[in-house]
Ligand binder design. Sequence first.
Ligand code: PGA
Length: 251
Amino acid sequence: MRRYVIAGNWKMNFTPSEATAFINEIKPMVEGKNNCDIIFCAPFVTIASAMEAAKGSNIKIGAQNVHFEEKGAFTGEVSAKMLKEIGVEYVIIGHSERRQYFGETDHTVNLRTKAALAAGLKVLLCLGEVKEERLAGITNEVVAMQTKLDLAGISAEELKNVIIAYEPVWAIGTGLTATPEQADETCGVIRDVVADLYGRDVAEELIIQYGGSMNDKNANELLSKVNVDGGLIGGASLVAEKFTAIVDAAQ
Ligand code: PGA
């Protein structure tokens, strides 16, 4: 039995004080809802205050990116060791906005993932096809290739600390959601690729989230699909009632 993981991706939203207020608001709303893991991935400067507010609750705080080198001349970057030292447990890697706007490739996603795992972080690894690829009927090939490249050199043991977030790029922040059937099918393709690489048992343990305009209205149906083990939620993670409804759908 895989456990649901419901993760919010705040993106570039919430200052430290806004994050404190949000966590204080949502904490009692999700209290005792322990049938899923609840994570919010915060901007770097907001992590500490979010963690402080979440202390003693069932909410975990993660980061949205990490660099692959341990230290050095990489202006503007943050290392896995730095995140680890402040108590971060999860980090998003390879989000499509990083791929689209900041030059991330499968190669750098792979390097970042390896560095994060080596430092003892858990990774929310994002991948997914763009609209043209979906329309051209090559979604399965695209996500299969991304899965292979992003996981290259990662052992079955390390994979236990990886969650894959399948996020069709055309569904992110657009209000367009993959149908539950599309989400299930493509998450299933990813699981099959992982089975080819690591064996079926390992693939059946892997948590695969869907992300892309998941909200309080569509979460129930998406999460009811056998290959969808949770959600990575952008817009709806900024509104306590909406996010709580998604957590409820995972109970
Ligand atoms: P969205 O974002 O829920 O706003 O579509 C999802 C994501 O980018 O992780």
